[in-house]
Design a protein. Structure first.
Length: 381
């Protein structure tokens, strides 16, 4: 089967996690750049990537890449690409994209030129001048960075962070893909016990449960490419069936979530049920000040506390950080992973993190502050 070049964008800071996921799936010739992982695979890999990748935003098939500084160069090189290998004579092929630090910067002009170039290609290949575009949707995406144009077909549709379990959320939820990245940094496993004392809509504990039980995040949803002619041979169905067989139902994982807001508690329970992990997550209403982990219950704390730009005033968020420092006590049986945009978090929390990682929660630049237990510190050295 022909090898394809696939590209998966991700949130900044998650590139290493996504690259590991891709290699584990069997992706070949993996290349990592800022905010993107590129690799090779066949049509089956397209289905695997959409169903299994936890930190990717979407999966694109790269049709071509070239340098273009003028609209003539953009048109001519786009028209030379083999679009007909995927897009049929009646299919839809809208165009969208972005340009950064390039001579070609007008989105509307780039969209128009790329569309015209693909039509020109089809006029030669299909020997027609009019195209109804009433068939399957093939979303053409372009990205231009420093005059290098990359043209792709989006196989995903709605972003991969839309797992399907969070139809409802609280005022400022953490994105599912960044939550999955935090779960990976925390080394959550099938026998882990996870806590979130400020659970919001439950995203962190749900993503931890999905990872621990080896439940593919895209197992319950459909993707744009499932309507394409090249995927009408049950490739997605076969990959989904294999994913169902790989769920580790015997894993002893448990999560304990809490929030002072009763609405958040209800949301977490509803979302956990939709994700199919309700039996592994215990949720209750509780104040952060009452949080503790019993010494015999070794645990991992994952939390995304509300802060000034999200829900609380800055002064309230700072008071919350001080309380966290009091209840998240250093202990051999506990480790803590806290995401925050506050530049003075460690000072307010009361101690330096063992490790930090820059991440973006939406458009907000944050740090993941990691406090390891004794065993983890020796392991990471």
């Amino acid at each position: 089967m022909k090898k394809l070049t696939l590209a998966c964008p991700c949130l900044f800071g998650l590139e290493s996690v996504l690259a590991f996921e891709v290699r584990k799936l069997g992706g070949e010739n993996v290349t990592v750049t800022d905010g993107r992982v590129t690799f090779e695979g066949d049509l089956s890999m397209v289905a695997k990537a959409n169903i299994w990748l936890r930190t990717a935003e979407r999966v694109g098939i790269v049709i071509g890449s070239f340098k273009a500084e003028t609209f003539t160069e953009l048109f001519d090189q786009t028209a030379e690409l083999p679009w007909e290998e995927f897009i049929g004579i009646e299919d839809q092929f809208p165009v969208k994209g972005s340009s950064i630090n390039s001579k070609l910067f007008s989105m509307s002009d780039c969209q128009r030129i790329i569309k015209r170039a693909i039509v020109r290609r089809f006029e030669k290949v299909y020997h027609k001048e009019q195209f109804s575009e009433t068939g399957a949707l093939y979303q053409v995406q372009y990205s231009i960075h420093k005059d290098i144009v990359t043209l792709m077909l989006d196989t995903t549709g709605a972003g991969l962070h839309k797992r399907g379990y969070r139809a409802n959320s609280n005022e400022a939820p953490i994105k599912e893909t960044i939550a999955a990245g935090i779960v990976d940094f925390a080394r959550v496993r099938g026998d882990s016990t996870v806590y979130d004392p400020m659970c919001g809509s439950g995203t962190l504990v749900i993503e931890a449960a999905l990872k621990a039980l080896n439940i593919a995040p895209g197992i319950r949803r459909r993707f744009a490419a499932q309507n394409w002619a090249c995927f009408q041979n049950y490739i997605f169905n076969d990959v989904r069936k294999e994913a169902n067989e790989q769920v580790r139902r015997d894993a002893p994982f448990m999560a304990y979530a809490a929030d002072i807001d009763p609405h958040a508690v209800q949301l977490t329970m509803e979302n956990a049920a939709k994700a199919g992990v309700a039996s592994r997550i215990r949720v209750r209403r509780a104040d952060l000040a009452d949080f503790h982990i019993e010494p015999e219950q070794k645990g991992i704390v994952l939390t995304n506390p509300p802060y000034g730009e999200r829900m609380l005033a800055v002064s309230e968020a700072e008071t919350l950080y001080r309380t966290m420092g009091e209840v998240f006590v250093p202990a051999e049986h506990a480790s803590y992973y806290i995401i925050s945009p506050h530049e003075e978090f460690e000072e307010l929390f009361g101690r330096k993190a063992d490790r930090r990682r820059k991440l973006y929660n939406g458009m907000i630049k944050c740090q993941l502050f990691m406090y390891f237990n004794k065993d983890e510190r020796s392991f990471k050295k």
